[in-house]
Design a protein. Sequence first.
Length: 255
Amino acid sequence: MNKGKEIKNQIPEKPLVLIKEECFSALVDVINQSGLPAFIIKPMLQELLNRAQSAMKTEYEKCMAGEPFIGSRDPKIVEMILRTKRLLAQFNATDYADSKRRRELLCEMLGHVGKNVHVDIDFHCECGKHIFMGDKVIVNMNCTFVDNNRIDIGSNVLIASNVQIYTATHSTKVDERMVQDCPEGQEICRTYALPVRIEDGVWIGGGVVILPGVTIGRNSVIGAGSVVTRSIPANCVAVGNPCRVIKQIDNIVSV
């Protein structure tokens, strides 16, 4: 096993920037030199390959793939967030009666806005362009959508006040979560983000928290104050922390 540890120690802690030919050559060298059985060397080769593939992606590509990323290292992410925060400041400060200007700002800020969409103030989001809304959607006051990854909201959806939707999260292991020796002004932690989907006909009650990777099925109702940690099926009422289905709904006619 000492030989195995020696080979593993040769794999750098930081990702390798390799093109495909270099990656293949490195794998062959490890195999030829190790003399270890396949069940030992295979996980090491997979780790090396994963690091090489990850190194070829931008931080934004990692973000959208659900992989750990450091947003401040990617100009695309930095510019997207800065642009959104400026638009948010305008949106939340616009005269409440000026519905035309409010919709213009909303369409400029978000990925898609359908017909008859109302988003109340104060509204907060991260990237903006990752939020997609269908037709006939209400987002009530003081909602926060942390859209590092996609948030898809269908049509005929009601979202009550103080709802929080999170796509972003962090590792529970502090050494994976925090960036060591980061320069001043740079991001101090690694994030990964998973998409959230709210299907047609959903009603989300006040103060609900929806966590990364969750889908809420068509026509379902989420009770006020619930924390949704797992996906909820269609046509049901779900409540609680963690949120659980308490009854089915007979939705004969779908709006």
